[in-house]
Design a protein around this ligand. Structure first.
Ligand SMILES: Cc1cc2nc3c(=O)[nH]c(=O)nc-3n(C[C@H](O)[C@H](O)[C@H](O)COP(=O)(O)OP(=O)(O)OC[C@H]3O[C@@H](n4cnc5c(N)ncnc54)[C@H](O)[C@@H]3O)c2cc1C
Length: 460
């Protein structure tokens, strides 16, 4: 049953479920418009297992054919720089690190994703941010830290000087403070902050009257925004439009000599449109993160709730499963690609690993839209693994959707049907060649401490 969405009136009470990147960004934008904004989160913020809680995420405008996301990053950059100024005034470290991002390709030609990105960035008037390195010598001269990668056949690359990485947990803390300063109310914690169910008007069944939290308390609201990241799909029926997929992340603690060699390194893509792998400079704590933007893993609900008919994938994290690592298959993939790209890593133990969760849509575009069955419920999710960079400005676009204002964004992120059952990537950076494996089973069983050790030490 489809119903007509009614935007909130000024001063209306708006509940936002989820205090991650989407939820907080929206809370901040709405607080500037004088709504009465309440954010609920099942954890204290930053939530330990949220996808936005991490040491770093890439901030890039290079988006292949996805020019809308490119434009949104271009709009985000001034905010990132402003947030750095705010942090400096408070004596805090920057949230955005403008290291540039170097997209390396295997062979002598840039791939379609890189070529399209350059073309669109230039056409948008940002050509001054692009530097191409189309011979092996030009790469090693400018980036000696990638000498081994060049020797393994990564012979062309381009740098986008505007890009870099954000300290994602600090970003969330910064935005949380901005929300508090602006009068946003927060209810957080395992019992009082956790959304359990909606309260519906039992006459029309189309109006959400509020939410009930795990402790049984009912909270009334004029409007509700569901922004629970990868948990969103398990809170309401989306008819397959959202799916939580887990992505493997590893960290090394490189030795001092490597830290010295790598001290000017940018964020880097390891022929990303073919492999899905990318990595980061070493942070102030000596941690180097490498991640995989791939088809990922699922954790079907049925596996946990044997009686349930529902087959929705729910995040399995180190909060729900202490001691979890990443699948053995993922360890093999990381080791295999890094053996040629950054051979030193073969001698290092993986110091930390984690499965971090995306809220995927089949086409890789966000789902930010009124839910068609209710007249006052907005969904703000479907990040598809690439929304952290928009944390400072996505809330302004979501607020427009809440207020019923149409834009290119509202049209791209609308409620939509999908053909086929394979996921695609909005920009071609994601390595999707098969269906996701079930986490914890077979090749996707969790790696042991021994599996994470360096090649010499591990029995892998
Ligand atoms: C491995 C990995 C790498 C990534 N790399 C990048 C990158 O390089 N660049 C980039 O731009 N993006 C990246 N992303 C994507 C980015 O992290 C996400 O797009 C972004 O964090 C999505 O924010 P969110 O608010 O939707 O979800 P989250 O940040 O997960 O927030 C959801 C919130 O909802 C809360 N919640 C859940 N259930 C409930 C409930 N029942 N009641 C109350 N609260 C609830 C959670 O506690 C959490 O705080 C990456 C993601 C992952 C997993």
């Amino acid at each position: 049953m489809t119903t007509t969405y009614t935007p909130p009136k000024q001063g209306a009470k708006v509940i936002i479920v989820g205090g991650g990147s989407f939820g907080l960004s929206t809370a901040y934008a709405l607080s500037l418009k004088k709504y009465n904004v309440w954010v609920f989160d099942r954890n204290t913020i930053p939530s330990a297992d949220a996808s936005s809680t991490d040491i770093n995420k890439c901030v890039r405008m290079d988006y292949g054919a996805d020019t809308l996301s490119m434009q949104l990053t271009m709009e985000a950059f001034p905010h990132w720089h402003q947030w750095n100024r705010e942090r400096a005034e408070m004596g805090l470290s920057p949230v955005f690190h403008n290291t540039g991002s170097l997209l390396l390709c295997k062979g002598n030609k840039l791939s379609d994703y890189e070529r399209l990105s350059i073309q669109h960035v230039r056409e948008a008037g940002y050509g001054h941010t692009i530097q191409e390195f189309l011979t092996p010598e030009s790469i090693t001269e400018r980036f000696p830290e990638f000498k081994d990668a060049v020797a393994s056949g990564y012979h062309c690359a381009y740098l986008n000087t505007a890009a870099g990485w954000c300290d994602s947990s600090e970003t969330i803390k910064h935005l949380y403070k901005k929300c508090l300063d602006n009068g946003v109310h927060f209810i957080t914690g395992y019992n009082q902050g956790a959304f359990e169910k909606f309260i519906f008007n039992n006459i029309d069944n189309q109006t959400v009257q509020g939410i009930q939290t795990r402790d049984g308390t009912q909270h009334v609201a004029d409007h509700v925004i569901l922004a629970a990241g990868p948990w969103t799909a398990s809170l309401l029926d989306f008819g397959g439009r959202l799916q939580a997929t887990g992505q493997a992340v590893i960290q090394f603690k490189p030795p001092q000599a490597f830290i010295e060699k790598f001290k000017h390194a940018p964020v880097y893509g390891i022929d990303i449109s073919h492999t899905g792998f990318y990595g980061f400079p070493i942070n102030a704590e000596g941690k180097m993160k490498i991640a995989s933007h791939s088809v990922g893993y699922v954790n079907p609900w049925q596996q946990q709730e044997k009686n349930s008919e529902d087959n929705v994938s729910v995040p399995r994290t180190q909060v729900s499963h202490q001691g979890d690592t990443i699948p053995v298959k993922a360890v093999h993939h990381f080791r295999q690609i890094l053996a040629e790209f950054m051979p030193e890593t073969s001698n290092w133990d993986i110091s930390y690993s984690r499965v971090c969760w995306y809220s995927d849509t089949p086409d890789g575009k966000f789902l930010v839209t009124p839910h068609p069955n209710y007249n006052n419920l907005i969904v703000a999710s479907g990040d598809s693994g690439h929304a952290m960079k928009f944390t400072p400005n996505i809330g302004f676009k979501i607020a427009q959707v809440v207020e019923g204002i149409e834009s290119d964004y509202s049209r791209a992120w609308a409620w939509r049907d999908h053909k086929g059952d394979m996921m695609t990537s909005s920009d071609g950076t994601r390595n999707i060649t098969s269906k996701p494996l079930t986490l914890g089973v077979g090749e996707a069983r969790m790696a042991s401490a021994d599996d994470l050790k360096s090649k010499q030490k591990s029995k892998l």
